[in-house]
Design a protein around this ligand. Structure first.
Ligand code: FES
Length: 150
């Protein structure tokens, strides 16, 4: 097994521990890479294709390396009414990514969430946990620029 994944040895090789093993990989690496799948398959003696199936079933697992900054765009009811679709479109135009993806430079990952808990300030998004409210195209571009320089 690839020594990079030797930390799996802290878990018993019982195939029933597969989810635990994948959670450990994600906690350690930030995502589950193709190399990690090979290592997990070997360790638990489970076919890689079966592990791919498990990963696609559980939304908690990320298959793409997360970007340096995490953007969460709210598409809850209030934000949707106030233009969340446009916010996602602006982000797509600026970064070239859709929800669930990371940009080519590895700077930003984008996800859509149901509500960030500040509906009266819609439309909102958060970057690395900090909330930005009443977004328009200009503010979105400015926020991205600031984080790209961090
Ligand atoms: S719906 Fe967007 S913050 Fe609640």
């Amino acid at each position: 097994m690839d020594q990079k994944f030797a930390f799996l040895e802290s878990i018993s090789k019982d195939p029933g521990n597969l989810i635990k093993g994948l959670q450990l990989v994600q906690a350690t690496e930030g995502f589950v890479s193709d190399d990690a799948i090979r290592a997990v398959a070997e360790y638990f003696s489970i076919p890689a294709v079966e592990i791919e199936g498990v990963l696609s079933f559980y939304a908690q697992f990320k298959r793409v390396k997360p970007g340096k900054h995490q953007i969460s765009v709210c598409d809850g009811t209030a934000c949707h009414i106030k233009g969340a679709v446009l916010v996602k479109e602006w982000l797509h135009q600026e970064l070239g990514i859709q929800s669930g993806e990371t940009d080519a430079k590895g700077l930003f990952s984008l996800q859509t969430v149901a509500c960030l808990g500040c509906c009266s300030l819609a439309p909102v998004m958060s970057v690395d946990g900090r909330v930005y409210a009443k977004l328009d195209r200009r503010s979105v571009v400015k926020i991205l620029k600031e984080y790209a320089e961090k």
